[in-house]
Design a protein around this ligand. Structure first.
Ligand code: MF3
Ligand code: CO
Ligand code: CO
Length: 281
């Protein structure tokens, strides 16, 4: 007779931030890498005429082929394997049968669960020929994420991350969305702490080695305010200005930060392909 003893489920414990060890970091490297490979796989698929449903199917199949599960599918009733947020959609856009059009900018956000651990990452993809002011927004938003990650080290606070992002975005006359934030993750999809993309150095939670979280700034060309559409998910800018987002999953190390979702192909910013960026800062 086989008796299976259920493992204690991992739960969110209010007010406590998990500190993870070497085994968790190894598992996050695996989940993060597969998530990055999924986003790499999409680079050649994003083009005018392609539907976001087709992108969603490609993400689902990639997950199945690689022994992973897309964390967004059935998450609080969310119906798809990724989020696709086009132009003035800030985040949580649901894939549809509508084709992408020349000049669109689209964020594709993928979270893959590998051996129980979550890799969560998103990138902006330009569709065909993208207008200059939209390209500028993508460059600013990508730089915001890089500056946010460069502020991660033990002894700094979550406020250092927010301040690095906000000061750069606002110096470029853009605004930081306040209604959504980065988040702790690991065996849970969304855990403590919240990572605000605005604030001041020294505010918030002190960063410690072993913390795992995302940084995922949403930056608007216009005002920061958002509203949620009647589908209950899609967040859009109230003023219909363009919005962009990039996201990585990171871990705090003894000396700085490890970025688990770096593109192995140097495609972290698909429209500015380059040599792979460092995974450890
Ligand atoms: N991947 C998103 C994040 O960065 C969360 C999407 S949850 C969904 O946290 F339900 F909207 F898919
Ligand atoms: Co996230
Ligand atoms: Co995400």
């Amino acid at each position: 007779m086989n008796l299976h003893v259920a493992e204690e489920p991992v739960r969110r414990q209010p007010g406590t931030i998990k500190l993870h060890g070497a085994e968790a970091f190894a598992a996050m490297r695996k989940a993060g890498r597969l998530t990055a490979e999924a986003l790499d796989m999409l680079v050649d698929r994003v083009k005018p005429g392609v539907t976001t449903d087709a992108i969603d199917r490609a993400v689902f199949e990639f997950a199945m082929d690689n022994g992973a599960f897309p964390a967004t599918l059935y998450y609080h009733g969310y119906p798809r394997s990724c989020c696709t947020s086009i132009n003035h959609v800030v985040c949580h856009g649901i894939p549809t049968d509508k084709p992408l059009r020349d000049g669109d900018i689209v964020n594709i956000d993928v979270t893959l669960i590998v051996d129980g651990w979550h890799g969560d990452s998103s990138r902006m993809y330009g569709v065909g020929e993208v207008p200059r002011r939209a390209m500028r927004l993508l460059e600013i938003t990508h730089e915001c994420l890089e500056r946010g990650m460069a502020a991660v080290r033990p002894g700094n606070t979550t406020g250092h991350i927010g301040a690095a992002i906000q000061s750069f975005a606002e110096a470029e006359r853009c605004s930081v969305v306040r209604d959504f934030c980065g988040h702790g993750l690991g065996q849970l999809f969304h855990d403590e702490p919240n990572i605000l993309h605005y604030g001041r150095a020294g505010e918030g939670v002190v960063l410690k080695p072993g913390m795992l979280f995302t940084i995922e700034p949403m930056i608007n060309l216009g005002r920061p305010h958002v509203k949620i559409l009647s589908d209950g998910w899609t967040a859009v800018t109230r003023d219909r200005s363009l919005s962009a987002q990039f996201e990585h999953t990171i871990g705090v190390t003894e000396t700085g930060v490890e970025i688990f979702t770096r593109s192995p192909k140097g495609l972290d910013f698909p429209d500015r392909p380059g040599a792979p960026l460092p995974a450890i800062l």
